[in-house]
Design a protein around this ligand. Structure first.
Ligand code: SF4
Ligand code: SF4
Length: 356
């Protein structure tokens, strides 16, 4: 199939056209922190510096802080006003690993309970991918079955072929978007060949690897090895960065802001790395750091696959790049012992009942 193409010089015109109908989000920098943010209507210079964003694209669907509803009380009781974000949006330039991460967390927000806040944003968003051609040293996506140039989770996929982008139409949503864009041209066979050469070269650039084949079984086997998990958690300072900025972590807390007879309910990102995360009236099952670190690892590589048949990690490498003490998930996964000597097992009922 022949692709389409667009000149890099025309990207501004393309985004401008789409901005009439959609709110367009592009890779942006704010005081050194990169994220998908609303396009300012001018700047298309992100191609020069963009590799991937620090804040993952999940924030477009599950913001770090989100208003759920406001409420007020009068003589008739409580009155609620739901917060509904119905704007049509385009995420332009999402990397394949982050698009995969969104597909992974879709499972949670559409399972037995459909989360209206997440789902409305998801349904109204077109994902335009940009194939990764410059992975970080910490990336290991290929170990999780994710290719740096895969287009399964987006509506359109762009590949950098020099002065132009090759554009692959993936879904009907994507096709419709391109149909009205006069700056998009038909690609030639030579353009398609260039795109193929670029994508073929990238997989080899992802250098770090870990064998994830039997990882769930291995983690299950060493779940009660306290010595092992204490070693794994030794340097962690429980800052929560590796979970808050992980594209597949989705935990949130709910809080109310109250003023006399009215208030607002928000939800905000939370992390299983925090000691208060599991605080309950009678006990806290993960007061010790090693239990929390174990939870983070086992949830991604053992419990989540049990529920949804997919590992909740895309190998994006953020948790490695951003950890202040160089905690390295690849080293941890590579060091999980295959079998546990019986003497090391410290099985407790408490451990088993909080294993999820
Ligand atoms: S980013 Fe590093 S120090 Fe912070 S919670 Fe994660 S592993 Fe621990
Ligand atoms: S666990 Fe680390 S490498 Fe895996 S998706 Fe999360 S941040 Fe990326």
């Amino acid at each position: 199939m022949t692709n389409k193409k667009i000149s890099k010089k025309d990207i501004g015109k393309l985004l401008e056209g789409w901005s009439r109908e959609f709110t367009v989000f592009v890779p942006s920098k704010d005081r050194g922190v990169t994220e998908m943010a609303k396009w300012d209507g001018k700047d298309t210079g992100f191609f020069e510096w963009y590799r991937n964003t620090v804040i993952p694209a999940k924030s477009s669907f599950l913001p770090a802080m989100e208003k759920m509803f406001s409420f007020q009380k009068d003589t008739d009781g409580y009155h609620l006003e739901l917060s509904q974000d119905q704007q049509k949006r385009i995420l332009f330039g999402i990397r394949p690993c982050d698009a995969r991460a969104i597909a992974i967390i879709d499972n949670v927000f559409t399972d037995s309970y459909e989360d209206p806040y997440y789902v409305s944003k998801r349904k109204n968003t077109v994902l335009i991918g940009l194939n990764c051609t410059n992975p970080y040293d910490s990336c290991f996506c290929t170990s999780l079955g994710v290719k740096p140039t895969q287009s399964v989770d987006v509506d359109l996929m762009l590949t950098d072929i020099g002065d132009e982008f090759s554009v692959e139409e993936i879904t009907d949503k994507g096709k419709e978007l391109l149909a009205a864009a006069s700056v998009v041209k038909k690609a030639t066979k030579a353009d398609d060949a260039k795109a193929k050469t670029v994508t073929a070269a990238v997989s080899g650039m992802v250098k770090r690897k870990v064998d994830t084949k039997d990882i769930a079984k291995k983690l299950q086997a060493c779940f009660s090895d306290k010595d092992y998990w204490e070693k794994v958690a030794a340097n962690c300072v429980s800052c929560g960065i590796c979970t808050l900025l992980c594209p597949t972590c989705y935990c949130f807390d709910i809080c109310d802001e109250l003023s006399k007879k009215q208030g607002t309910r928000y939800r905000r990102w939370d992390s299983c790395g925090f000691s208060i995360y599991t605080r309950m009236p009678m006990e806290n099952p993960r007061e010790e750091k090693w239990r929390r670190v174990r939870q983070k690892v086992c949830h991604k590589y053992e419990f989540y696959p049990m529920n949804f048949d997919v590992i909740a990690c895309t190998g994006c490498g953020r948790c490695i790049r951003l950890c202040p003490v160089n905690w390295d998930i690849i080293q941890i996964l590579s060091s999980v012992p295959a079998e546990q000597p019986a003497k090391k097992k410290v099985v407790s009922e408490k451990d088993v009942s909080y294993r999820y």
